[in-house]
Design a protein around this ligand. Structure first.
Ligand code: BEZ
Length: 359
Protein backbone atom coordinates (compact mmCIF):
# COMPACT_ATOMS: atom_id res chain seq x y z
CA UNK A 1 0.00 0.00 0.00
CA UNK A 2 2.85 2.37 0.86
CA UNK A 3 4.10 2.08 -2.71
CA UNK A 4 0.65 2.71 -4.11
CA UNK A 5 0.12 5.89 -2.12
CA UNK A 6 3.54 7.22 -3.09
CA UNK A 7 2.75 6.78 -6.76
CA UNK A 8 -0.63 8.44 -6.37
CA UNK A 9 0.99 11.65 -5.17
CA UNK A 10 4.26 11.55 -7.07
CA UNK A 11 3.00 13.50 -10.05
CA UNK A 12 1.85 16.49 -8.03
CA UNK A 13 4.46 16.24 -5.27
CA UNK A 14 7.20 18.87 -5.12
CA UNK A 15 10.74 17.50 -5.13
CA UNK A 16 12.08 16.47 -1.77
CA UNK A 17 14.89 18.73 -0.47
CA UNK A 18 18.13 17.74 -2.20
CA UNK A 19 16.33 15.55 -4.76
CA UNK A 20 17.24 16.21 -8.37
CA UNK A 21 14.59 15.89 -11.08
CA UNK A 22 16.53 12.91 -12.46
CA UNK A 23 16.43 11.07 -9.13
CA UNK A 24 12.73 11.87 -8.74
CA UNK A 25 12.04 10.57 -12.23
CA UNK A 26 14.00 7.39 -11.59
CA UNK A 27 12.11 6.81 -8.34
CA UNK A 28 8.80 7.30 -10.11
CA UNK A 29 9.83 4.93 -12.88
CA UNK A 30 10.94 2.32 -10.35
CA UNK A 31 7.59 2.63 -8.56
CA UNK A 32 5.73 2.23 -11.84
CA UNK A 33 7.74 -0.86 -12.79
CA UNK A 34 7.01 -2.29 -9.37
CA UNK A 35 3.31 -1.66 -9.78
CA UNK A 36 3.29 -3.13 -13.28
CA UNK A 37 4.52 -6.39 -11.79
CA UNK A 38 1.58 -6.39 -9.46
CA UNK A 39 1.54 -5.61 -5.77
CA UNK A 40 -0.23 -8.12 -3.57
CA UNK A 41 -2.02 -6.96 -0.44
CA UNK A 42 -4.28 -8.54 2.16
CA UNK A 43 -6.91 -6.84 4.27
CA UNK A 44 -8.91 -8.08 7.21
CA UNK A 45 -12.68 -8.05 6.78
CA UNK A 46 -15.53 -9.17 9.03
CA UNK A 47 -15.44 -12.49 7.10
CA UNK A 48 -11.70 -13.10 7.24
CA UNK A 49 -8.77 -11.89 5.26
CA UNK A 50 -8.88 -11.28 1.50
CA UNK A 51 -5.93 -10.95 -0.88
CA UNK A 52 -5.80 -8.84 -4.01
CA UNK A 53 -3.14 -7.78 -6.50
CA UNK A 54 -2.92 -4.30 -7.98
CA UNK A 55 -1.47 -3.58 -11.42
CA UNK A 56 -0.96 -0.18 -13.03
CA UNK A 57 -0.88 3.37 -11.79
CA UNK A 58 -4.04 4.85 -10.33
CA UNK A 59 -5.41 7.57 -12.59
CA UNK A 60 -7.13 10.55 -10.96
CA UNK A 61 -10.95 10.49 -11.27
CA UNK A 62 -10.94 7.04 -12.89
CA UNK A 63 -12.54 3.94 -11.48
CA UNK A 64 -10.39 0.88 -10.92
CA UNK A 65 -11.13 -2.23 -12.95
CA UNK A 66 -11.81 -4.80 -10.22
CA UNK A 67 -11.88 -8.46 -11.24
CA UNK A 68 -13.32 -11.50 -9.49
CA UNK A 69 -12.43 -14.97 -10.73
CA UNK A 70 -14.45 -18.16 -11.06
CA UNK A 71 -14.32 -21.37 -8.98
CA UNK A 72 -11.26 -23.58 -9.57
CA UNK A 73 -9.14 -20.61 -10.61
CA UNK A 74 -7.36 -17.66 -9.08
CA UNK A 75 -6.94 -14.17 -10.51
CA UNK A 76 -3.93 -15.23 -12.57
CA UNK A 77 -5.31 -18.40 -14.12
CA UNK A 78 -8.63 -16.64 -14.79
CA UNK A 79 -7.54 -13.20 -16.01
CA UNK A 80 -3.91 -13.34 -17.15
CA UNK A 81 -4.82 -14.59 -20.66
CA UNK A 82 -7.28 -11.72 -21.07
CA UNK A 83 -5.26 -8.88 -19.54
CA UNK A 84 -2.00 -9.87 -21.22
CA UNK A 85 -3.64 -10.17 -24.62
CA UNK A 86 -2.14 -7.60 -27.01
CA UNK A 87 -5.46 -5.92 -27.77
CA UNK A 88 -6.05 -5.23 -24.06
CA UNK A 89 -3.03 -2.94 -23.79
CA UNK A 90 -5.03 0.20 -24.60
CA UNK A 91 -7.39 -0.63 -21.77
CA UNK A 92 -4.75 -1.50 -19.21
CA UNK A 93 -2.81 1.68 -19.95
CA UNK A 94 -5.87 3.65 -18.92
CA UNK A 95 -6.96 1.82 -15.78
CA UNK A 96 -5.51 0.46 -12.59
CA UNK A 97 -6.55 -3.17 -12.11
CA UNK A 98 -7.42 -4.72 -8.77
CA UNK A 99 -7.55 -8.50 -9.06
CA UNK A 100 -9.24 -10.11 -6.06
CA UNK A 101 -8.47 -13.69 -5.05
CA UNK A 102 -11.36 -15.38 -3.25
CA UNK A 103 -10.14 -16.42 0.24
CA UNK A 104 -7.86 -19.45 0.12
CA UNK A 105 -7.37 -19.20 -3.67
CA UNK A 106 -4.29 -16.95 -3.65
CA UNK A 107 -0.99 -18.54 -4.63
CA UNK A 108 0.53 -20.36 -1.68
CA UNK A 109 -2.67 -20.13 0.39
CA UNK A 110 -2.64 -22.54 3.34
CA UNK A 111 -5.47 -25.08 3.48
CA UNK A 112 -8.22 -23.90 5.83
CA UNK A 113 -8.57 -25.93 9.03
CA UNK A 114 -11.28 -28.59 9.17
CA UNK A 115 -14.63 -27.04 10.08
CA UNK A 116 -13.68 -23.61 8.72
CA UNK A 117 -16.82 -21.74 7.69
CA UNK A 118 -16.10 -20.44 4.19
CA UNK A 119 -17.87 -17.14 3.40
CA UNK A 120 -21.05 -17.30 1.33
CA UNK A 121 -20.96 -15.51 -2.05
CA UNK A 122 -22.93 -12.66 -0.42
CA UNK A 123 -20.26 -12.38 2.27
CA UNK A 124 -17.52 -12.40 -0.39
CA UNK A 125 -19.32 -9.41 -1.92
CA UNK A 126 -19.43 -7.73 1.49
CA UNK A 127 -15.60 -7.94 1.67
CA UNK A 128 -15.18 -5.66 -1.35
CA UNK A 129 -15.79 -2.34 0.51
CA UNK A 130 -12.79 -3.15 2.76
CA UNK A 131 -10.59 -3.50 -0.35
CA UNK A 132 -11.82 -0.24 -1.86
CA UNK A 133 -11.42 1.60 1.42
CA UNK A 134 -7.87 0.29 1.78
CA UNK A 135 -6.95 1.40 -1.74
CA UNK A 136 -8.93 4.62 -1.50
CA UNK A 137 -11.02 3.94 -4.61
CA UNK A 138 -14.55 5.25 -4.63
CA UNK A 139 -15.81 3.52 -7.79
CA UNK A 140 -15.05 0.43 -9.87
CA UNK A 141 -15.78 -1.22 -13.18
CA UNK A 142 -16.24 -4.88 -12.24
CA UNK A 143 -15.17 -7.80 -14.42
CA UNK A 144 -16.34 -11.15 -13.08
CA UNK A 145 -16.44 -14.71 -14.35
CA UNK A 146 -18.94 -17.33 -13.13
CA UNK A 147 -18.99 -17.23 -9.33
CA UNK A 148 -17.01 -13.98 -9.53
CA UNK A 149 -19.67 -12.46 -11.79
CA UNK A 150 -22.28 -13.37 -9.18
CA UNK A 151 -20.19 -11.81 -6.38
CA UNK A 152 -19.76 -8.55 -8.31
CA UNK A 153 -23.47 -8.44 -9.20
CA UNK A 154 -24.38 -8.88 -5.54
CA UNK A 155 -21.92 -6.12 -4.67
CA UNK A 156 -23.46 -3.86 -7.34
CA UNK A 157 -26.96 -4.50 -5.96
CA UNK A 158 -25.91 -3.48 -2.45
CA UNK A 159 -23.51 -0.67 -3.44
CA UNK A 160 -24.93 0.69 -6.73
CA UNK A 161 -23.29 4.09 -6.38
CA UNK A 162 -19.81 2.61 -6.41
CA UNK A 163 -20.15 0.50 -9.56
CA UNK A 164 -19.80 2.36 -12.86
CA UNK A 165 -20.04 -0.71 -15.05
CA UNK A 166 -20.01 -4.50 -15.01
CA UNK A 167 -18.64 -7.07 -17.43
CA UNK A 168 -20.27 -10.36 -16.41
CA UNK A 169 -18.92 -13.48 -18.06
CA UNK A 170 -20.90 -16.74 -17.73
CA UNK A 171 -23.10 -15.47 -14.91
CA UNK A 172 -25.82 -17.68 -13.43
CA UNK A 173 -27.91 -15.41 -11.21
CA UNK A 174 -30.24 -18.19 -10.03
CA UNK A 175 -30.02 -20.32 -6.94
CA UNK A 176 -29.90 -24.04 -7.71
CA UNK A 177 -33.37 -25.53 -7.97
CA UNK A 178 -34.15 -29.03 -6.67
CA UNK A 179 -33.62 -30.51 -10.14
CA UNK A 180 -30.17 -28.94 -10.29
CA UNK A 181 -29.44 -30.29 -6.83
CA UNK A 182 -30.51 -33.80 -7.81
CA UNK A 183 -28.31 -33.66 -10.92
CA UNK A 184 -25.45 -32.24 -8.85
CA UNK A 185 -25.73 -35.02 -6.26
CA UNK A 186 -25.84 -37.70 -8.97
CA UNK A 187 -22.79 -36.26 -10.72
CA UNK A 188 -21.03 -36.11 -7.36
CA UNK A 189 -21.44 -39.88 -6.98
CA UNK A 190 -19.39 -40.60 -10.07
CA UNK A 191 -17.16 -37.55 -10.53
CA UNK A 192 -14.39 -35.96 -8.53
CA UNK A 193 -14.67 -32.35 -7.38
CA UNK A 194 -12.12 -31.32 -10.02
CA UNK A 195 -14.17 -32.93 -12.81
CA UNK A 196 -17.34 -31.24 -11.53
CA UNK A 197 -15.57 -27.88 -11.53
CA UNK A 198 -14.26 -28.52 -15.06
CA UNK A 199 -17.86 -29.22 -16.06
CA UNK A 200 -18.73 -25.78 -14.68
CA UNK A 201 -15.89 -24.05 -16.53
CA UNK A 202 -16.13 -25.77 -19.92
CA UNK A 203 -18.76 -27.22 -22.22
CA UNK A 204 -19.06 -31.01 -22.68
CA UNK A 205 -17.77 -30.59 -26.26
CA UNK A 206 -14.69 -28.78 -25.02
CA UNK A 207 -14.08 -31.38 -22.31
CA UNK A 208 -14.39 -34.35 -24.63
CA UNK A 209 -12.15 -32.58 -27.18
CA UNK A 210 -9.49 -32.61 -24.43
CA UNK A 211 -7.45 -29.87 -26.09
CA UNK A 212 -4.17 -28.66 -24.64
CA UNK A 213 -6.05 -25.90 -22.84
CA UNK A 214 -8.42 -28.40 -21.19
CA UNK A 215 -5.50 -30.63 -20.21
CA UNK A 216 -3.75 -27.62 -18.70
CA UNK A 217 -6.74 -26.61 -16.56
CA UNK A 218 -7.52 -30.25 -15.66
CA UNK A 219 -3.96 -30.55 -14.40
CA UNK A 220 -4.01 -27.23 -12.53
CA UNK A 221 -7.25 -28.05 -10.70
CA UNK A 222 -6.67 -31.75 -10.01
CA UNK A 223 -3.21 -31.05 -8.55
CA UNK A 224 -3.99 -27.78 -6.79
CA UNK A 225 -2.41 -27.84 -3.32
CA UNK A 226 -5.46 -25.93 -2.07
CA UNK A 227 -8.07 -28.27 -3.61
CA UNK A 228 -9.85 -28.43 -0.23
CA UNK A 229 -10.20 -24.63 -0.26
CA UNK A 230 -11.43 -24.76 -3.86
CA UNK A 231 -14.12 -27.21 -2.76
CA UNK A 232 -15.28 -24.68 -0.13
CA UNK A 233 -15.62 -21.91 -2.75
CA UNK A 234 -17.43 -24.43 -4.99
CA UNK A 235 -19.85 -25.24 -2.16
CA UNK A 236 -20.53 -21.55 -1.55
CA UNK A 237 -21.21 -21.13 -5.28
CA UNK A 238 -23.65 -24.04 -5.28
CA UNK A 239 -25.40 -22.63 -2.22
CA UNK A 240 -25.82 -19.17 -3.72
CA UNK A 241 -29.11 -17.35 -3.28
CA UNK A 242 -31.12 -16.19 -6.24
CA UNK A 243 -30.04 -12.68 -7.21
CA UNK A 244 -33.74 -12.04 -7.84
CA UNK A 245 -33.25 -9.63 -10.71
CA UNK A 246 -36.69 -8.29 -11.49
CA UNK A 247 -37.68 -6.96 -14.85
CA UNK A 248 -39.07 -3.51 -14.12
CA UNK A 249 -38.60 -4.04 -10.39
CA UNK A 250 -36.39 -2.50 -7.74
CA UNK A 251 -33.82 -5.30 -7.77
CA UNK A 252 -31.85 -4.56 -10.85
CA UNK A 253 -28.40 -3.51 -11.94
CA UNK A 254 -28.33 0.25 -12.28
CA UNK A 255 -25.03 0.52 -14.13
CA UNK A 256 -24.15 -0.39 -17.73
CA UNK A 257 -23.69 -4.15 -17.99
CA UNK A 258 -21.96 -6.24 -20.63
CA UNK A 259 -23.11 -9.85 -20.46
CA UNK A 260 -20.72 -12.30 -22.06
CA UNK A 261 -21.25 -15.98 -22.75
CA UNK A 262 -19.35 -18.41 -24.91
CA UNK A 263 -21.32 -20.24 -27.60
CA UNK A 264 -22.34 -23.63 -26.17
CA UNK A 265 -20.93 -22.59 -22.80
CA UNK A 266 -22.53 -24.46 -19.87
CA UNK A 267 -24.12 -21.18 -18.76
CA UNK A 268 -25.56 -20.00 -22.05
CA UNK A 269 -29.19 -20.44 -20.98
CA UNK A 270 -28.56 -18.81 -17.59
CA UNK A 271 -26.98 -15.74 -19.19
CA UNK A 272 -29.82 -15.43 -21.68
CA UNK A 273 -32.33 -15.71 -18.83
CA UNK A 274 -30.37 -13.14 -16.83
CA UNK A 275 -30.57 -10.80 -19.79
CA UNK A 276 -34.33 -11.36 -19.99
CA UNK A 277 -34.69 -10.31 -16.35
CA UNK A 278 -32.92 -7.01 -16.83
CA UNK A 279 -34.84 -3.96 -17.97
CA UNK A 280 -35.58 -4.50 -21.70
CA UNK A 281 -35.36 -0.78 -22.44
CA UNK A 282 -31.78 -0.95 -21.22
CA UNK A 283 -30.89 -4.21 -22.89
CA UNK A 284 -28.77 -4.63 -25.98
CA UNK A 285 -27.36 -7.61 -27.83
CA UNK A 286 -24.05 -7.65 -29.57
CA UNK A 287 -22.07 -10.53 -30.99
CA UNK A 288 -18.74 -9.11 -32.06
CA UNK A 289 -16.87 -12.32 -31.40
CA UNK A 290 -14.10 -10.37 -29.74
CA UNK A 291 -14.23 -9.75 -26.02
CA UNK A 292 -11.50 -7.11 -25.95
CA UNK A 293 -13.09 -5.11 -28.73
CA UNK A 294 -16.47 -5.29 -27.01
CA UNK A 295 -14.84 -4.20 -23.74
CA UNK A 296 -13.40 -1.16 -25.51
CA UNK A 297 -16.83 -0.23 -26.87
CA UNK A 298 -18.23 -0.64 -23.42
CA UNK A 299 -15.64 1.65 -21.81
CA UNK A 300 -15.99 4.13 -24.63
CA UNK A 301 -19.74 4.15 -24.14
CA UNK A 302 -19.05 5.17 -20.56
CA UNK A 303 -16.81 7.97 -21.80
CA UNK A 304 -13.52 6.42 -20.81
CA UNK A 305 -11.73 5.43 -24.02
CA UNK A 306 -10.62 7.99 -26.56
CA UNK A 307 -11.84 6.97 -30.00
CA UNK A 308 -8.19 7.18 -31.12
CA UNK A 309 -7.61 4.06 -29.00
CA UNK A 310 -10.09 2.06 -31.00
CA UNK A 311 -9.16 -0.06 -33.95
CA UNK A 312 -10.13 1.31 -37.36
CA UNK A 313 -12.95 -1.22 -37.44
CA UNK A 314 -14.05 -0.24 -33.95
CA UNK A 315 -14.00 3.43 -34.82
CA UNK A 316 -16.17 3.05 -37.88
CA UNK A 317 -18.54 0.80 -35.95
CA UNK A 318 -18.61 3.20 -33.04
CA UNK A 319 -19.48 6.10 -35.27
CA UNK A 320 -22.65 4.29 -36.17
CA UNK A 321 -23.17 3.12 -32.60
CA UNK A 322 -23.43 6.43 -30.86
CA UNK A 323 -24.74 9.74 -31.93
CA UNK A 324 -22.11 11.59 -29.92
CA UNK A 325 -18.58 10.22 -29.99
CA UNK A 326 -17.21 9.69 -26.50
CA UNK A 327 -14.01 11.47 -25.75
CA UNK A 328 -11.71 10.42 -22.95
CA UNK A 329 -12.42 12.37 -19.80
CA UNK A 330 -15.78 13.62 -21.06
CA UNK A 331 -18.09 11.07 -19.58
CA UNK A 332 -21.77 10.80 -19.98
CA UNK A 333 -23.69 8.07 -18.21
CA UNK A 334 -26.47 8.39 -20.73
CA UNK A 335 -24.19 7.43 -23.60
CA UNK A 336 -24.25 3.73 -24.07
CA UNK A 337 -23.52 1.06 -26.52
CA UNK A 338 -26.56 0.29 -28.48
CA UNK A 339 -28.07 -2.83 -29.77
CA UNK A 340 -27.74 -5.27 -32.58
CA UNK A 341 -29.90 -8.18 -33.47
CA UNK A 342 -28.80 -11.76 -32.98
CA UNK A 343 -27.54 -11.75 -36.53
CA UNK A 344 -24.25 -10.42 -35.30
CA UNK A 345 -24.56 -7.20 -37.26
CA UNK A 346 -23.54 -4.20 -35.32
CA UNK A 347 -25.78 -1.97 -33.39
CA UNK A 348 -28.62 0.18 -34.49
CA UNK A 349 -31.72 0.93 -32.47
CA UNK A 350 -32.41 2.17 -29.00
CA UNK A 351 -29.53 2.72 -26.62
CA UNK A 352 -29.23 0.40 -23.68
CA UNK A 353 -27.12 -0.25 -20.63
CA UNK A 354 -26.86 -3.98 -20.87
CA UNK A 355 -25.04 -5.65 -23.70
CA UNK A 356 -24.83 -9.35 -24.32
CA UNK A 357 -21.76 -10.64 -26.07
CA UNK A 358 -21.34 -14.16 -27.28
CA UNK A 359 -17.82 -15.22 -28.05
C1 BEZ B 1 -2.95 -7.11 -15.46
O1 BEZ B 1 -2.10 -6.43 -16.06
O2 BEZ B 1 -4.01 -6.61 -15.07
C2 BEZ B 1 -2.68 -8.54 -15.18
C3 BEZ B 1 -1.37 -9.00 -15.22
C4 BEZ B 1 -1.13 -10.34 -14.92
C5 BEZ B 1 -2.17 -11.19 -14.59
C6 BEZ B 1 -3.47 -10.71 -14.56
C7 BEZ B 1 -3.72 -9.39 -14.85
Amino acid sequence: MAELQEVQITEEKPLLPGQTPEVAKEAELAARVLLDQGQTHSVETPYGSVTFTVYGTPKPKRPAILTYHDVGLNYKSCFQPLFQFGDMQEIIQNFVRVHVDAPGMEEGAPVFPLGYQYPSLDQLADMIPCILQYLNFSTIIGVGVGAGAYVLSRYALTHPDTVEGLVLINIDPNAKGWMDWAAHKLTGLTSSISEMILGHLFSQEELSGNSELIQKYRNIIAHAPNLDNIELYWNSYNNRRDLNFERGGDITLKCPVMLVVGDQAPHEDAVVECNSKLDPTQTSFLKPGKLTEAFKYFLQGMGYMASSCMTRLSRSRTASLTSAASVDGNRSRSRTLSQSSESGTLPSGPPGHTMEVSC
